[in-house]
Design a protein around this ligand. Structure first.
Ligand code: G6P
Length: 606
């Protein structure tokens, strides 16, 4: 995710900004830039690639000056490039802005600004902010910023500088973190505490809709109405390493706890007036006449594909084939221009997924990519891209990327269903309402974390675990099983519950842990029978089920109940307890959770 650092004082701003941005490198980014007031000009330097590219350039061509802002960009709107990197400036070059977050109404604002005579040099949502401030500027920077903020929908953390006001920096936030660091004769802006921890431990935590004006000796903070806010100084007592993880012990738990936000970020820009509004570039005639949908992916992303198969076939009645990329590419598959081919990949760089995409493209299929990384190979080579806006995922085991993949598959399904007439207005509304509640339902599950932690504490020393489920619950069982084995090294397998009697039941003995996923209301009874079968052979049954699955809860030895949504959407919710269970088992076993042995975050070799 993007990082922001701002500096005002007596030292060289560029050095302090680069030092701060280095501390945020772990968060992932694809380009970086600075804007520094240097004598009477505002000098901007920005470069695609690692921060080192920018730092080396500044070494060759230093910008002298003691006031500036800087940014590491993790692309959302527009591919990684020098032009799309921040800071973005007004046309005159007088005002520079760095931004974290997403401006949801930027298309309308951009159009309006173009009509007003503004020209754009980037594809970003951020550039509208620089032009809007310029538009409102009548001699007071603060007033122009306030007017601009009132026009923005979405999320932002901003640092703003202007050559016409060479003794102040402005910071503002809404739904994106921002702090102000307090120094002596110098002050700082940062998106995250680690960026300035080498310089000061005293900070103001800026709240939503507040604006801060920094001079080198003073900091003034205002609410959205311009009323002064008195704030307590927050003394940071963590070390840099733990602060990078936001105080969490591991990236994995931080990323699980970020799921409600990631889901909200992925969802909200795609809903307009109670309808799904997707910007996918696939011919509507193809959607109407599609012969088959093929979904190809690896690992956790493949499990999102399995959910997609069940949900799309059930809702749209289109045959869906789902395959593991490494299998697909070597089996000489039948694919044609009447097929829609969906690849799912968090990184967008997985070698087998990319090879499968290329193969399908050669054979004439239209490719839709669901990926978390803007500018990744998959996003560049697909005909159309849907981004999961989960933010960078650092832990090897995928969590927030997975739930946002599921959400993206559902959104795509609704879009296709509406185009084809399989989903009418009433059903669309029902689905949109249900999806709108998912982020807060995910939050409810996470708040039940302690229960799952206790369950992990009871079971972490087992050797084997078996996951059971039917239909969509079988997809979640497979993901839960993968998660448990990859980070806790407990041998684990997932079975379609109906297959139990065809072999797996032979493995059940006294005390064997069987984790049953039960969220599909039409299948509770069938699943309940399976619980009885394994319990009769001595199994200890843990159920991860819907709150409405009374029968399952009564039979299981222990259970975690998740809130109810439409059956097809239940996997987004039931998968979260499996992630928490795997995480806490791994912690109890003393494993390096974020970097489990032999595994890589992005598998770029076959
Ligand atoms: C690796 C990672 C998994 C991921 C899989 C696919 O195995 O450890 O977490 O699900 O690759 O990666 P992708 O980036 O294509 O989603």
């Amino acid at each position: 995710m993007c990082g922001i650092v701002g500096y005002i004082g007596n030292k060289q701003a560029a050095d302090i900004i680069i030092e701060g941005l280095e501390k945020l490198e772990y968060r992932g980014y694809d380009s970086a830039g600075v804007a520094v007031i240097s004598q009477d000009t505002l000098k901007v330097t920005k470069k695609q690639g690692r921060l080192k590219v920018l730092a080396d350039f500044l070494e060759e061509e230093p910008i002298e000056g003691t006031i500036g802002i800087g940014h590491t960009r993790w692309a959302t709107h527009g591919a990684p490039s020098d032009e799309n990197s921040h800071p973005h400036t007004s046309m005159s070059g007088d005002i520079a802005v760095v931004h974290n977050g997403i401006i949801e109404n930027y298309m309308q604002l951009r159009q309006w600004l173009i009509e007003e005579g503004y020209t754009f040099t980037s594809e970003t949502d951020t550039e509208v902010i620089a032009h809007l401030i310029d538009h409102h500027y009548k001699g007071g920077l603060m007033a122009a910023v306030q007017k601009t903020l009132r026009q923005l929908e979405g999320s932002y953390a901003l640092a703003i500088t202007s050559i016409k006001h060479p003794d102040i920096l402005i910071a503002a936030r809404k739904d994106s973190p921002l702090i102000v660091g307090i120094g002596e004769g110098e002050n700082f802006i940062a998106s995250d505490i680690p960026a300035i921890l080498n310089r000061t431990r005293k900070v103001y935590l800026i709240e939503d809709k507040e604006i801060a004006i920094l001079e080198k000796d003073t900091i003034s903070i205002f609410d959205e109405y311009g009323v002064t806010v008195q704030k307590d100084v927050f003394e940071v007592d963590w070390d840099v390493e733990s602060a990078e993880k936001g105080g969490y012990k591991h990236f994995m738990i931080k990323e699980i706890l970020e799921e409600p936000k990631a889901l909200r970020d992925t969802l909200s820009p795609r809903l307009k007036d109670g309808k799904v509004d997707l910007d996918i570039d696939i011919d509507e005639e193809l959607i109407k006449n599609v012969r088959r949908i093929i979904i190809v992916a690896c690992g956790t992303a493949y499990h999102a594909g399995i959910v997609g198969k069940y949900a799309i076939e059930k809702t749209l009645g289109i045959p869906v084939e789902v395959d593991i990329a490494s299998e697909y590419r070597y089996r000489d598959p039948v694919v044609s221009s009447r097929d829609i081919f969906i690849v799912i990949s968090q990184s967008g760089e997985t070698a087998d997924t990319l090879a499968a995409l290329r193969m399908a493209k050669r054979k004439g299929a239209k490719i839709i990519a669901i990926t978390n990384v803007v500018g990744s190979s998959v996003s560049r080579e697909a005909d159309s891209v849907m981004y999961t806006w989960a933010g960078p995922e650092i832990a090897v085991a995928s969590t927030k990327a997975h739930t946002t993949q599921l959400l993206s598959v559902y959104l795509l399904m609704i879009k296709m269903g509406v185009v084809r007439g399989d989903i009418d207005d009433a059903l669309q509304k029902q689905m949109v309402d249900a999806l709108g509640k998912i982020p807060e339902q995910a939050q409810e599950i996470i708040e039940n974390e302690e229960t799952i932690k206790m369950m992990a504490h009871r079971h972490y020393s087992i050797h084997d675990a078996y996951f059971l489920g039917r239909n969509l619950d079988f997809a979640v069982a497979q993901e839960g099983s993968l998660k448990l084995k990859e980070i806790s090294y407990i041998h684990s397998e997932a079975f379609a519950a109906g297959e139990l009697k065809h072999g797996p039941i032979a493995l059940i003995e006294e005390g064997t842990l069987v984790i049953v996923i039960a969220s599909q209301s039409s299948l509770y009874e069938k699943t309940a029978s399976n619980i009885k079968e394994v319990k009769a052979r001595g199994a200890h049954v843990m159920a991860i089920c819907s709150e409405s699955a009374d029968m399952v809860m009564t039979l299981a030895d222990e259970h975690i109940a998740v809130p109810v949504t439409m059956d097809i959407f239940m996997p987004i919710l039931t998968v979260i307890p499996t992630q928490l269970l795997a995480y806490y088992c791994s912690v109890e076993r003393g494993i390096d959770v974020d970097k489990p042995r032999n595994l890589a975050k992005s598998v770029t070799v076959e």
